[in-house]
Design a binder for this molecule. Structure first.
Ligand SMILES: [Zn+2]
Length: 644
């Protein structure tokens, strides 16, 4: 077996602060099942769709104009180039997984445009090149020039690691040298209004070994937090996390994607330099986020206004923003915190966020995406105005968005998903996410091969077969999800000696033999979930969960005379699982419910003693996995329902 050295999105082999080490990119292959079908749709539908949308929306044309080989008007936002870079990153990880001539040719076209658009001095941003050539680097608060550079770097890292292709890396190195000259060595002191380049620069350092790239990441992080930024549309410095130096921050605040890209970059910097004040701040922010500002789906950002985090317990279901990019940023942050600590809670939140807040974005056909992911939609009301949403209850997810940050973010996550499933270190292999997959890992210098099979997330049985192992002992660690109340673990059909660790993993350490079979059974009974009593928007309500999946009630699945605005669920009633196609095959849950007769009248408020008696009649309500809502036309949907 050859020693693999090309890693995925994060390479922490040399990080000072990491308990777990990421695996070479080709070490994990998702071979079948739930995630394999998502990766296939991403490949045969989404990535091709993305290329045509980048053409149609003008992103590629912008680069042609900047390169001097196209004509016309610049189209879209100032950060239009970043959509191209995220799509390119997705293409690289996909081609690294499975070669494809057509996709490779599309990637080559886009790379050629990026190369041609770059100026001799290294500058590259089609908006400023085409629209405001004299105003480069004059508006770092809103210009997004470093934000776009960060996405360029991530695409370059992906092409280098997945394909050993250095074209975008050459572009990136020239651009970073230019950025260094203009914004750092010149004596200027600003940083970008949208964090992103920080994590890009740390990863570039991990790839090149050039300390200057790490130093630049630290410089841009250290410059933030001194109330110099204006914020967008009057939101103030907090919108861009410039209200407090990151080492002093005590809460997640402002624009959610900006906040979470920043925390991811800061966590990367901690991993490399080990400065305790940074991880202490990250621990405070993570606690604030998960104890006060997290939706049950893993969604983040409760305000449309400013696309922002709200206050503690401000978690409305209907106007919740939950941008797809914020959820993906949360995955990236939690992945790094997991690498540092090995603590289950980060992998648990990764799983919750992935299956719910992220997976609700793409339509099942892979050519449409939600930008915001609310937990309650009233009939006919769509969740974010976009250029092409259509009207009425037949609305589907938009094929693209005028601000198209989310779709290519989903694409790059899905194509690189195998990166996030497992890690290794001196003691053995740790499996964090369950799927049908093949692991080819090196432990103590020797090859370890494991085949994992699972019907996850529909069933909780996971079977692992050891196909190659050294003779010395090593430890296999399996995450026991916090949602799981009952589990069985067996080795070769018999009882087994294992340690349920403080970190939330079940660890089996032994001298493994080829053909050893471990079977972990995570029992997945559906259950009701109650909200913290301080969340006013949810008081008196419950939601449904089965395994890692949050469920919702969609109007398509209810009796015709049931309005989801007037229902309650009876929590003492039975929860029955059934098979359903919505439109993909899925597990639905039948719940005993009540339809409350609308006797209230037109007044919104009445004296308490004039409140009419509500009549209730029994109905059966049907819940489906939240991530599948909206694939049959967007009518009504809700996750939280009053309980009886
Ligand atoms: Zn987005």
């Amino acid at each position: 077996m050859s020693v693999q050295t090309n890693f995925g999105p994060v390479d922490n082999q040399k990080s000072k602060e990491s308990l777990l080490r990421t695996l070479p990119y080709s070490s994990v292959q998702i071979t079948d099942g739930f995630w394999a079908s998502y990766q296939l749709i991403n490949r045969v539908a989404s990535l091709l769709h993305g290329f045509s949308m980048l053409e149609k929306a003008g992103n590629l044309k912008n680069l042609r104009i900047a390169a001097g080989i196209g004509t016309g008007e610049f189209a879209g936002y100032r950060f239009a180039d970043s959509d191209v870079y995220k799509w390119l990153e997705a293409v690289a990880w996909e081609l690294g997984r499975v070669p494809d001539g057509e996709l490779a040719a599309m990637g080559d076209q886009a790379i050629a445009l990026v190369e041609q658009a770059q100026e001799a001095n290294g500058y590259l941003n089609s908006y400023y090149q085409v629209v405001k050539p004299d105003e480069r680097w004059t508006d770092l608060d809103h210009g997004h020039e470093l934000y776009c550079a960060g996405h360029l770097i991530q695409a370059a890292v992906a092409y280098k690691r997945a394909l050993d292709d250095e074209r975008l890396l050459d572009v990136s190195l020239k651009f970073v040298a230019h950025i260094d000259d203009v914004l750092v060595r010149s004596g200027r002191e600003e940083t970008c209004g949208h964090p992103e380049i920080e994590m890009g620069l740390v990863e570039l350092y991990r790839l090149t070994g050039d300390e200057r790239h790490l130093e630049l990441a630290q410089i841009f992080i250290d410059r933030r937090g001194y109330n110099k930024m204006r914020g967008h549309a009057g939101y103030g410095a907090v919108y861009q996390q410039d209200h407090v130096p990151v080492r002093e921050a005590v809460e997640v605040a402002g624009h959610a994607v900006r906040q979470l890209y920043l925390t991811t970059g800061v966590t990367d910097l901690y991993m490399e330099r080990g400065e305790k004040a940074l991880i202490q701040a990250m621990d405070r922010l993570w606690a604030d986020m998960t104890q006060h500002k997290l939706y049950v789906t893993g969604g983040l950002g409760s305000r449309f206004d400013g696309e922002a985090f709200g206050g503690s317990y401000e978690l409305p279901s209907d106007t919740g923003y939950c941008e797809t990019c914020a959820a993906i940023a949360s995955l990236m942050w939690n992945w790094r915190l997991l690498l540092i600590t090995g603590d289950r809670r980060y992998a648990d939140l990764f799983e919750r966020t992935l299956f719910n807040a992220v997976l609700s974005s793409p339509g099942v056909e892979g050519k449409s995406y939600l930008y915001v992911n609310p937990l309650h939609v009233r009939s006919g009301r769509y969740v974010r105005a976009s250029a092409n949403t259509g009207t009425g209850e037949a609305r589907l997810r938009p094929a693209w968005h005028n601000c198209a940050c989310c779709p290519p973010n989903v694409m790059r996550l899905l194509s690189s998903l195998s990166h996030y499933m497992a890690t290794a270190n001196e003691s053995g292999v740790q499996i964090h996410q369950y799927a049908t997959a093949q692991f080819d890992v090196v432990v103590q210098g020797e090859p370890v091969q494991i085949a994992m099979e699972s019907e996850y997330p529909w069933q909780g049985q996971i079977t692992l077969t050891v196909n190659a192992t050294p003779s010395s002992s090593w430890a296999l660690s399996l995450r026991l999800p916090a949602w799981c109340r009952r589990h069985d673990l067996r080795l070769n059909g018999g009882t087994i000696d294992y340690q349920p660790g403080d970190n939330g993993y079940l660890t089996i350490e032994r001298s493994w033999q080829v053909d050893d079979v471990v079977r972990l059974d995570l029992h997945m009974e559906p259950l009701f979930v109650a909200p913290h009593p301080r969340i006013d928007a949810l008081r008196g309500c419950v939601s449904l969960q089965r395994g890692p999946l949050v469920y919702c009630f969609e109007s398509h699945d209810q009796p015709d005379d049931v309005d989801l605005l007037d229902v309650a669920v009876v929590t003492s009633g039975a929860l029955t699982e059934t098979a359903v196609s919505v439109p993909n095959d899925s597990v639905a849950i039948q719940v005993t419910g009540q339809m409350l007769s609308p006797t209230w009248g037109e007044a919104l408020y009445l004296p308490l003693d004039e409140r009419p008696q509500t009549e209730a009649r029994p109905v059966q309500l049907n819940a489906i996995p939240y991530f599948l809502w909206g694939n049959r036309g967007m009518k009504s949907m809700r996750i939280w329902v009053p309980s009886k």
